[in-house]
Design a protein around this ligand. Structure first.
Ligand code: GLY
Length: 357
């Protein structure tokens, strides 16, 4: 979601990108809070489904299972939630009313990765990504060929639209233009009983959505998944950052893992997840790495349009179990669900450029 802040406010906020860019004040430090314990599993989903996913993923890890199995089990639960309009079944469709899913998985132990993009009719795209990772010599498969591949492996096709997302799609079509024939007939459209149109700002309420699931298992191996229905009402065929290794997800078994949600175009251009893992390798904490990456992106835009700030949330963990979560702007800090031997909790990180909304 795009947000705007004034030029004055933007310049008064921090860009702590290292010694060369310290025109701005540093953000306050955030302690590791609930972190510092391995094994662990985290997700960017902090709702009830996120908690359910963490409990399921933790069962795998607590039983001595692999991080890659734990993240898949947890991500499947989020993908299957019909009420989540950002991921998997029930995700927002594209502008043609078709749900097109993107997902990636990376296994630090084997330095292996798999992904699918524009996948239709399969509710667990991250599991197809896993087959791409483990049963082919490729990393990314797309569109109808990815669907055909999934079917060969026994995945069954189903309609991913729910009544809620179908309704949202139809309302959006009716609202988009008064110069086409969507909506009630001309002679009836002003009558109250025909005015069912949703307000545009309701429809546009954060249509970006995605989930990241990252884990370190008992052996110290790291794995991650990013899965999404992408930008709501996107142009058909648009691919976001989620299936792009290094953008929406990156894992390094020696360092940790990072994932992104939000406006995928910014995340692709900045290779943000790779950048976060690189920063952690250089000694930054996961929290600092998330903040560094968001400031790096803001710095790029500042040179082009000082009033523009993109909307993302970045999350990261390292092999010590330390945590990071940061949002670009707004008044809600980055947050993640965390499950480790101490139980389930929500970790609150930071906002890179707070606003007073
Ligand atoms: N971050 C998800 C997307 O932009 O598709």
């Amino acid at each position: 979601m795009k947000r705007r802040i004034t030029r004055r406010r933007f310049f008064s906020q921090s860009f702590g990108l290292g010694a060369g860019a310290l025109l701005f004040k540093e953000l306050p430090a955030f302690d590791g809070g609930l972190g510092g314990q391995v094994p662990l599993i985290i997700t960017s989903h902090t709702n009830a489904t996120g908690k359910k996913a963490m409990v399921a993923g933790w069962e795998v890890i607590a039983g001595g299972g692999r991080a890659v199995d734990a993240v898949e089990k947890a991500a499947n639960i989020i993908e299957e939630d019909p009420n989540d309009m950002s991921v998997g079944y029930g995700g927002f469709p594209n502008e043609d009313g078709v749900v097109q899913l993107d997902a990636s998985i990376m296994d630090g132990k084997t330095y292996n990765a798999g992904a699918v993009a524009c996948l239709e009719n399969i509710k667990n795209p991250c599991s197809v990504a896993r087959i791409v990772m483990e049963r082919t010599d490729h990393v990314l498969m797309v569109g109808r060929d990815a669907l055909a591949f999934a079917k060969k492996w026994g995945f069954t096709e189903e309609d991913l639209l729910t009544e809620k997302t179908r309704e949202a799609y139809l309302r959006r079509k009716e609202n988009l233009s008064d110069r086409d024939d969507w909506g009630p007939p001309e002679h009836l459209k002003d009558l109250p009983e025909f005015q069912q149109r949703q307000r545009r700002d309701e429809l546009d309420d954060d249509p970006h959505g995605t989930t990241n699931v990252l884990a370190v298992d008992r052996n110290g191996d790291v794995a991650g998944i990013t899965t999404t229905s992408g930008l709501g009402f996107k142009i058909a065929g648009r691919v976001g950052d989620s299936p792009i290794i290094g953008a929406g997800l990156y894992v390094d078994n020696e360092v940790g893992a990072a994932g992104a949600t939000g406006r995928g175009e910014d995340v692709i251009k900045s290779c943000a997840s790779f950048y976060m893992v690189l920063r952690m390798k250089e000694g930054r904490t996961p929290q600092q790495a998330c903040e560094d990456a968001l400031r790096m992106i803001a710095e790029k835009y500042k040179k082009v349009n000082p009033d523009f700030l993109p909307g993302e949330q970045f999350v990261a963990i390292n092999t010590k179990g330390e945590l990071g979560a940061c949002r670009t702007t707004g008044n809600r800090p980055g947050r993640i669900s965390v499950q480790n031997a101490s139980g389930y909790s929500i970790y609150t990180g930071s906002i890179a450029f707070p606003t007073e909304e």
